[in-house]
Write a protein that binds this ligand. Sequence first.
Ligand code: 5GP
Length: 177
Amino acid sequence: NPHSELVASRLRDVADFPKQGVVFKDITPLLGDGHAFREVIRGLAARHTGSPSRIDAVAGVEARGFIIGAALALELGVGFVPVRKAGKLPGDTVQRSYDLEYGTATIEVHSDAVADGDRVLLVDDVLATGGTAIAAWDLLTSCGAEVVGFETIVELAFLGGRVALGDRPVHALHVVG
Ligand code: 5GP
């Protein structure tokens, strides 16, 4: 598949980031290539155009999910919902905490960010263990959204995110491992 090859060619492996033993998939070469960036956004959008799969908004998690999500929302002609780390949004918020390898993280959205029944597409740059995607998915659901799927550029299959997400639909342009 051409999108997978394009992504693979624009990813940089960074050893021992953010800590010893982790090989970080850096997407900045992809973002820095205007053609590749546009093709990737079109690839993510392709499955969500047309009336049967109509969506009302794209949601993305701080911070790389903002870059991808805002571009995807623009491509689909819908609004963008920022899912932020706790304490950043100015209005009334709804929160969700989830476990990290060490400690916990808390994400939040504005309480009025989605209307009841809104069909929301969740997006991020990388799916690793799935913890972030599940927390964001469940947070949006608790606000009344119908989350229709999770789109990601890169899936690190060996970390089991797809399995952790269970029956939530997941699609990745490029799968590693
Ligand atoms: P998870 O919650 O699935 O374990 O981790 C996914 C989150 O961490 C995403 O928000 C993603 O941006 C970030 N992440 C984890 N590993 C990587 C990686 O190798 N590269 C990039 N770019 N982001 C990563």
